[in-house]
Design a protein around this ligand. Structure first.
Ligand code: ACO
Length: 371
């Protein structure tokens, strides 16, 4: 029988700096009242100069490993879902791999915008269910503030930065990710995009001048799409798990906008107390919003082992998806998995590897000058 992919660890990390609606109203023509009424957002965390998608992802991953009592060198695979990677390549997942010292892990990035965490969770779970890996780190991390046009009031009020991570582990008992749906509709791609910086429109003085490296969005189109697909995807994933909506203890949706969330709950006939909302304090943290909301639900005691929950989200692409999960908790008894000495050792190890690579290049470069 194929193993199940249980969620045995969770962690989050948000930047120190908080930007309130009041702060934004000094920058663009907006107001706290407008933002709260249309989105439910009051404040968001914005990355400082020393923070980035990889630093947030690394901290969230370490927190998740601590909860799972799993050592970094026991991780088989790292999947980082992000739309704001550190670079086009190398993958942000590889930077995380190096920083946490996951010496035996494969690592790759996945891009499905705000639906990315659900896609990554499903892919990681399928890798476990196939028997090819046992322990996977799934991370959602975004610093959309770096792609935001801070002069565009249509978008700059919406987004915040953050990261959330889950540890997935193989287990024989029924649990973990039980069903999932992933959908896309590329015909709506231009509703929400960063037009330049890829191979279609490489960075040039003109693209910078035209502000094409920033998020461009048709808010109304995205709003209509979101309210429709959240209901559809939830029902489909619940049906695939042979459950009904009455069996679901908690819905953890992508936190884009309080109005979208309420409309989806009305469509599902689920009362607000069976749904997590923290958009007020974080804004839309893109792919990180679902794991951050899950972490807070656990902190508040709203998620218990054995509960059935639904993750549901939508985003640029257009993409959307949902996953039904039977919540578990850590498998392994508590142990010290990340002593300070290990952190020092992996830094040293990484520096040594870089240095060795240089020496090797120098030796080979001298022997074989032209290849
Ligand atoms: N402050 C004040 N006024 C504003 C602001 C602002 N920050 N932004 C827009 N307005 C104005 C508009 O210019 C417009 O003025 P006009 O009537 O004179 O033209 C008016 O407010 C109404 O604008 P709408 O766009 O109709 O406002 P709406 O009620 O639709 O709310 C919003 C806009 C909040 C963006 C909403 O459409 C929405 O949430 N859409 C979904 C966006 C989303 O979730 N995107 C993320 C997807 S996930 C991902 O992949 C990253």
């Amino acid at each position: 029988m194929s193993p199940y992919a249980h969620i045995t660890g969770w962690g989050m990390c948000v930047p120190q700096r908080v930007v309130t609606n009041e702060d934004l109203s000094k920058q663009v023509d907006t107001s706290d009242e407008w933002i709260r009424e249309r989105t439910g957002i009051r404040e968001r965390h914005i990355a400082g100069a020393e923070e980035s998608t990889a630093t947030l992802a690394t901290e969230a991953a370490l927190n998740a490993l601590r909860v799972a009592n799993l050592s970094p060198d026991e991780v088989d695979l790292i999947v980082v879902s992000t739309s704001s990677p550190e670079h086009i390549f190398p993958a942000t997942a590889c930077l995380v791999q190096d920083r946490i010292g996951a010496t035996k892990a494969g690592a790759f990035d996945l891009l499905a915008a705000c639906s990315g965490f659900i896609y990554a969770l499903n892919m990681a779970s399928q890798a476990i269910r196939s028997g090819s890996v046992k322990n996977v780190l799934v991370i959602g991390s975004d610093t959309l503030s770096r792609l935001t046009d801070w002069e565009d009031r249509n978008t700059c009020v919406l987004f915040g930065d953050g990261a959330g991570a889950f540890v997935l582990q193989a287990g024989e008992e029924l649990g973990g990710v039980v069903s999932a749906v992933m959908r896309s509709d590329g015909s709506g791609g231009d509703s929400l995009s960063v037009p330049a910086g890829g191979s279609r429109l490489p960075a040039s003085a003109e693209t910078v001048l035209n502000r094409q490296h920033y998020i461009h969005m048709n808010g109304r189109e995205v709003y209509r799409f979101a309210t429709r697909v959240m209901v559809q995807a939830t029902k489909e994933a619940v049906g695939k798990a042979d459950l009904t909506l009455d069996d679901i203890q908690l819905v953890i949706p992508h936190q884009a906008n309080q109005r979208i969330l309420e409309a989806a709950l009305r469509g599902l006939d689920i009362p607000p107390e069976r749904c997590i909302s923290n958009v007020e304090r974080y804004g839309n943290t893109s792919t990180a919003s679902i794991p951050i909301a899950a972490c807070e639900a656990i902190q508040q005691g709203r998620l218990q082992s054995g509960d059935w929950i639904v993750f549901v989200g939508f985003g640029a692409g257009l993409t959307w998806g949902a996953a039904v999960v039977k919540w578990t908790g850590p498998f392994l008894p508590h142990r010290e998995i990340y002593p300070a000495s290990y952190r020092a050792w992996i830094k040293l190890r990484s520096s040594l590897l870089r240095w060795l690579r240089r020496v090797e290049g120098w030796i080979w470069g001298r022997k074989f000058p032209e290849i």
